[in-house]
Design a protein around this ligand. Structure first.
Ligand code: NAD
Ligand code: DAU
Length: 336
């Protein structure tokens, strides 16, 4: 089986490629533009692997995308602008990559008779749940995105379904909750908090810190995607989640405790605009149909993740110097 993976130099894509090369016999072509979020260091150990090929390029380039799709049977589409805070600062690129780029990918998938186009999406398309009550998102929850990021991902999901309904494209979609694990860019909350705590810098907590996310260890997400690609029903959506709801405050406390740092580093700053209160996922469909459930417990996963971030200070440091500093100043300069 030959698979085109887009965005494979990013956080989940890189973990997916490592996971597939270890757990399946598939060959992979990785198409990645190498934006600020793409990092070939994450894939360095695969440079000599004959089952893996890297191509630098843009999913918005129809000629390149068509050429690559003529060489594969399956597509797993991760490539996207993925950070909510950046979508507040600069929404345009989210529309270009996440909406226009996905349409270019879909058109090429159709023209090249791709056997299955798997689209990797997010629980953020469903909007926000209240703190009270045990409501969760599932495959039938109406879309209600609140940030330019989630609106762009919602648009891409609609485009995928439209290509299925209009042109009979064979697709599947997964809508997953917050991933954590190795190779996550340190603009995201967990690696950012670990990096700051390590250096005794303040942890910027948005608003009152009582915003809840459901956390899933990234390997479990990779397995869910592989199973849906192999055995999921065509033209269906699967919700994927970790059964691990935590608030920002709880996450900060866990990280500080693990690093033996004081809670006084928790610093409450101006809130993220349009901040969704709570996400939670009912994953009973994928569990019932495909036998998937999260394997890694939160306690296990967060310790592994904190350790990876501490052991890979070079990987983090290369990012923290350079371009990222400009973003950090813009995002946190007046808040901290
Ligand atoms: P990421 O930002 O770490 O990586 C994105 C990758 O896409 C980078 O390597 C980047 O270089 C590449 N890319 C961006 N624009 C491109 C373009 N025009 N052409 C080719 N490559 C391009 O993102 P991530 O956190 O790994 O998320 C991957 C996917 O999973 C995204 O679609 C995201 O919406 C979805 N998702 C993420 C999470 C999460 O918790 N991180 C949860 C659910 C779904
Ligand atoms: O739910 C899935 C989504 O999870 C994915 O679709 C996104 O690509 C991914 O980035 C992630 O989005 P979040 O906005 O939930 O993740 P982030 O790590 O940015 O923030 C997690 C929570 O922490 C959120 O409530 C905002 C808060 N936060 C974040 C940062 C960066 C802070 O309090 N301070 C911060 O500095």
């Amino acid at each position: 089986m030959k698979v085109l993976v887009t965005g494979g130099a990013g956080f989940i894509g890189a973990n997916f490629i490592h996971w597939v090369l270890k757990n399946r016999d598939w060959d992979i072509i990785n198409l990645d533009k190498l934006t600020y979020a793409g990092n070939l260091e994450s894939l360095k150990s695969l440079e000599d692997n004959s089952r893996y090929e890297f191509v630098q390029g843009d999913i918005c380039d129809p000629k390149l995308v068509n050429d690559l799709m003529s060489k594969v049977d399956y597509v797993v589409h991760f490539a996207a602008e993925s950070h909510v805070d950046r979508s507040v600062l600069e929404p345009g690129v989210f529309i270009q990559t996440n909406v226009v780029g996905t349409q270019v990918m879909l058109q090429a998938a159709l023209e090249n008779k791709i056997k299955r186009f798997h689209h990797v999406s997010t629980d953020e398309v469903y909007g926000a749940l209240g703190l009270d009550g045990g409501k969760k998102f599932d495959e039938n929850t109406p879309y209600d995105p609140h940030s330019p990021y989630s609106a762009s991902k919602a648009s891409s999901d609609h485009l995928v379904r439209a290509y299925g309904d209009t042109f009979d494209l064979e697709y599947t979609i997964t809508n997953c909750s917050n991933n954590y694990g190795p190779y996550q860019f340190p603009e995201k909350m967990i690696p950012l908090f670990v990096a700051n705590a390590r250096e005794d810098k303040p942890l910027p907590i948005y608003g009152d810190g009582e915003y809840i996310r459901d956390y899933l260890y990234v390997d479990d997400h990779c397995e869910a995607i592989a199973l849906v690609l192999e055995k999921g029903k065509s033209q269906e959506t699967y919700c994927v989640g970790g059964d691990s709801e935590r608030s920002i405050n709880q996450m900060a406390e866990t990280i500080l405790k693990s690093l033996e740092k004081p809670e006084s580093l928790m610093t409450f700053v101006k809130d993220r605009p349009g901040h969704d209160r709570r996400y939670a996922i009912d994953h009973s469909k994928i569990t019932k149909e495909l036998g998937w459930k999260p394997r890694v417990t939160f306690d296990e996963g967060i310790e592994k993740t904190i350790k990876w971030n501490l052991d890979n200070a070079d990987w983090i440091q290369n990012i923290l110097s350079g371009e990222y500093q400009k973003y950090y100043e813009k995002q946190y300069g007046e808040r901290l």
